[in-house]
Write a protein that binds this ligand. Structure first.
Ligand code: AMP
Length: 216
């Protein structure tokens, strides 16, 4: 099963991707996580990407396309994958189509998680992520059992540099301008499924599961 999770920043793509990984055993490919790893490791790619990420802008298409191309060829993607945060522009979607054609694969479903701007802002400023395993918490809706400590691995929780309100609003604007056109792109292909992302985590996962039944 090959999936794309689409939706604005803070719509719950990462959270839902992790639940899909647990239930269906296919890997999550998060370009945001991969870029943050590169930043943490201080690689050339990381240094280049950080400038864009801190400003709430998209990293250039050719950079992310290269990362995804390499990742999709790893053996664990044979049984399927979840793209989380990619594609984010029409050129990325077109490049993905080309890549998949070369690999003899196709996308089964694009899950579009819909959440309005004010809700996104409210969620993201209270978001905390685990430095070690990437698990995501919300200080009000989904708090860790112990302050600043990941329930799953005990790692330290931190606020992402790009999760400050001003940057979040900028990221939402970028989403509207550059990523939302993908909704129509995939609608035309007949593989788009809308999900109401304002419901709680379990309810959204139930709705996603109902869609995924067709592909398992
Ligand atoms: P995310 O964790 O998906 O919210 O991504 C965090 C940041 O990484 C974004 O605001 C972008 O700067 C960058 N990024 C992640 N995925 C992409 C992508 N597909 N294209 C361009 N930039 C990306």
């Amino acid at each position: 099963m090959n999936l794309i999770l689409l939706g604005p920043p803070g719509s719950g793509k990462g959270t839902q991707a992790k639940l899909i990984v647990e239930k269906y055993g296919i890997p999550q490919i998060s370009t945001g996580d991969m870029l943050r790893d590169a930043v943490a490791q201080g690689t050339e790619l990381g240094k280049e990407a950080k400038k864009y990420m801190d400003a709430g802008q998209l990293v250039p298409d050719e950079v992310v396309i290269g990362i995804v191309k390499e990742r999709l060829q790893q053996p664990d993607c044979e049984k399927g994958f979840i793209l989380d945060g990619f594609p984010r522009t029409i050129p990325q979607a077109e490049a993905l189509d080309k890549m998949l054609e070369e690999l003899g694969k196709n996308i089964d479903a694009v899950i579009n998680i819909q959440v309005p701007e004010e809700e996104v802002v409210k969620r993201i400023v209270n978001r905390r992520s685990c430095r070690n395993c990437g698990a995501v918490y919300h200080l009000i809706y989904n708090p860790p059992k112990e302050d600043n400590k990941c329930d799953k691995c005990g790692g330290e929780l931190y606020q992402r540099d790009d999760d400050k309100e001003e940057t979040v609003r900028q990221r939402y604007k970028v989403y509207k301008e550059q990523t939302e056109p993908l909704v129509e792109y995939y609608e035309k292909k007949g593989i788009l499924y809308n999900v109401d992302g304002t419901k709680n985590i379990d309810e959204v996962f139930n709705d996603i599961n109902a869609i995924l039944q067709k592909f398992t």
